[in-house]
Design a protein around this ligand. Structure first.
Ligand code: ADE
Ligand code: ZN
Length: 337
């Protein structure tokens, strides 16, 4: 920390960040700093060289770099530094509550103990409200392109460690890896009283959104934009007000949507879907929550009213104590007057 408070002034509209992969916040300069700290060899000469690699053709091309860069994360201090850098930036973006995911399997598979991951992440999260004015919650996301049995083992280990997680998610390569493959994992997490979220309908078909709801019983869908291909599903999502955590810059960077000008998020909002806007992997996709909102203003002419509804939806869909939720919603309605 540079000693300058990042707690935002009272005028900023409060948002909850609900779709954020902590490992996706590794900015190129931090990747190189941690590589030097841990003597990890990377195939990049310098920051500019690495920055050039942050250009993708689809989800898998991004995931290849995302997992490769994780090699620099080795110690609790590395995880704490990554998390602290994100929280400071999130505060400047207007985020007042952040629900962040980690990918435990990606670290265990590299020989980094779960204890080290949790120690570093938790150190940063537990001081976030004091240092940045951002309350936090942690989700463990499981990799859908690895076997469910491995996910069950890792969940068991997390529970044994009393990991400070509020819920589980499902991420990584979507096509060909339906939610229904993870029914037992979600049953186990539900029995533990955990919140349930899953990526669905990012690159995968609308049917994966249906499975995430009906087989996994999720509370929220990460992305969900391909639900728009199925009118009956859209009507169901409207009727049930299922929260969809949509990530515009991510969708354009990974070519799920051609151009920001074509992004459906504001049309979804106006159709009565319960959407909110998030940043997914901000270091890789061109920006944080404020950058996503600015892009919607510039490219789609987002109005102040739409912006306030996105803020409100994000707070309503968050895992928050009732009094904090009410206080944040009251701030939004005061500013709308
Ligand atoms: N892991 C990190 N970012 C992801 C994304 N956008 N989709 C699926 N898995 C991810
Ligand atoms: Zn994601």
């Amino acid at each position: 920390m540079d000693g300058v408070s990042t707690v935002p002034g009272p005028a900023a509209l409060p948002f909850a960040e609900l779709h954020l992969h902590l490992e996706g916040t590794l900015e190129p300069d931090l990747v190189l700093e941690l590589a030097a700290r841990n003597a990890v060899e990377l195939p990049f000469a310098d920051v500019e060289d690495l920055r050039r690699a942050y250009a993708f053709s689809d989800l898998q091309s991004f995931l290849d770099l995302y997992y490769a860069n994780m090699a620099v994360l080795r110690t609790p201090q590395d995880f704490a530094d990554m998390t602290t850098a994100y929280l400071a930036r999130a505060a400047r973006a207007g985020v007042r509550h952040a629900e962040v995911m980690i990918d435990p399997q990606a670290h265990v598979a590299r020989g980094v103990p779960l204890e080290a991951v949790l120690e570093g992440v938790d150190e940063a999260l537990s001081t976030s409200e004091r240092d940045h004015g951002v309350s936090t919650a942690l989700f463990a996301a499981f990799l859908r392109d690895r076997p469910e049995s491995e996910a069950l083992d890792v969940l068991h280990h997390l529970l044994g460690l009393h990991a400070p997680i509020v819920g589980i998610g499902l991420d990584s390569a979507e096509a060909g890896h339906p939610p229904s493959d993870f029914a037992r994992l979600y049953d186990r997490a539900r029995a533990e009283g955990l919140h349930l979220i899953a990526h669905a309908g990012e690159e995968g078909p609308p049917q994966y959104v249906v499975e995430a709801l009906d087989v996994l019983g999720v509370d929220r869908i990460d992305h969900g934009i391909r639900a728009l291909e199925d009118d009956a599903l859209v009507q169901r999502l409207v009727d049930e007000q299922v929260p969809l955590t949509v990530c515009p810059l991510s969708n354009v960077a990974l070519r799920a949507v051609d151009r920001l000008e074509d992004h459906p998020v504001l049309a979804m909002l106006d159709r009565g879907l319960n959407v909110s806007v998030h940043s997914d992997d901000p270091a890789y996709f061109g920006g944080y929550l404020d950058d996503n909102l600015a892009a919607l203003t510039t490219s789609l002419g987002m109005t102040a009213g739409q912006r306030a509804r996105l803020a409100e939806n994000s707070i309503r869909a968050a895992v928050l104590p009732a009094d904090r939720r009410a206080a944040l919603l009251a701030e939004i309605s005061r500013q709308e007057r």
